[in-house]
Design a protein around this ligand. Structure first.
Ligand SMILES: [Fe+2]
Length: 222
């Protein structure tokens, strides 16, 4: 059995999340970022790609520079809770058993719990805690639905899923970008916020270096 854990009380963080980060916040953020890079290189690379994409998506959605920075920093640390669960839960070649899945589902809460220990990083907690919630309310850890999910978390959810799909995992090969675009688009309104999907696709499709006929076909679907 996995120990029950309490979802942190994030109400004060929700109130403060749009305040500019302080120098102390930058220092603590850098320490945790370096810890992640040192402990798990591929998780770190994934986080950087998600952060770049999440910042672009946030800017297209009209978020302020401060909010875009918050989204980028939260994206860097979104999976930091995975450093606190057994590594074979996410670096495995086969399907997860029940206990493994319970452990995986703890990582947003564990990550938020790490950040809650640092007052200066309170503004990153909501995005980290809720990045696996779903637009239709079927996500975790709390089953929040629609606009009740902080926008920063909704942005990271889309960028995280796209990056996970387009990169090899131990247990499966990467999807093509075309297939991943279609997959993201197919889940707009169920798994993902449709507005976030539109913003995400508008920059990823625009920056695609060499559009192929298949990609144009996907663009036509949007
Ligand atoms: Fe995650």
């Amino acid at each position: 059995m996995v120990d029950a854990i309490t979802v942190p009380d994030i109400a004060p963080r929700l109130e403060n999340q749009h305040l500019p980060p302080t120098p102390a916040a930058d220092q603590v953020f850098a320490s945790l970022r370096n810890w992640l890079a040192y402990r798990h290189h591929s998780l770190w690379l994934h986080a950087v790609r998600v952060a770049i994409s999440a910042r672009k998506t946030a800017a297209i959605l009209g978020l302020s520079a401060t909010q875009c920075r918050t989204v980028g920093q939260a994206a860097i640390l979104h999976d930091i809770g995975k450093l606190l669960i057994p590594r074979n839960c996410f670096d495995r070649s086969g399907p997860l058993d029940g206990l493994g899945w319970q452990n995986i589902q703890r990582h947003p809460v564990l990550g938020a719990d790490v950040l809650c220990r640092y007052e200066a990083l309170g503004h990153l907690v909501p995005a980290v805690l809720f990045h696996h919630e779903r637009w239709d309310g079927r996500g975790y850890p709390q089953g929040l639905k629609g606009d009740a999910i902080p926008l920063e978390a909704r942005i990271i959810a889309v960028c995280d899923s796209f990056d996970a799909m387009t990169n090899d995992r131990v247990y499966r090969n990467a999807l093509s970008q075309r297939a991943a675009y279609a997959e993201i688009n197919a889940h707009a309104g169920t798994q993902f916020d449709p507005n976030v999907v539109s913003a995400f696709l508008s920059h990823t499709l625009r920056t695609e270096r060499r559009p192929t006929p298949n990609l144009r076909h996907v663009s036509h679907m949007l």
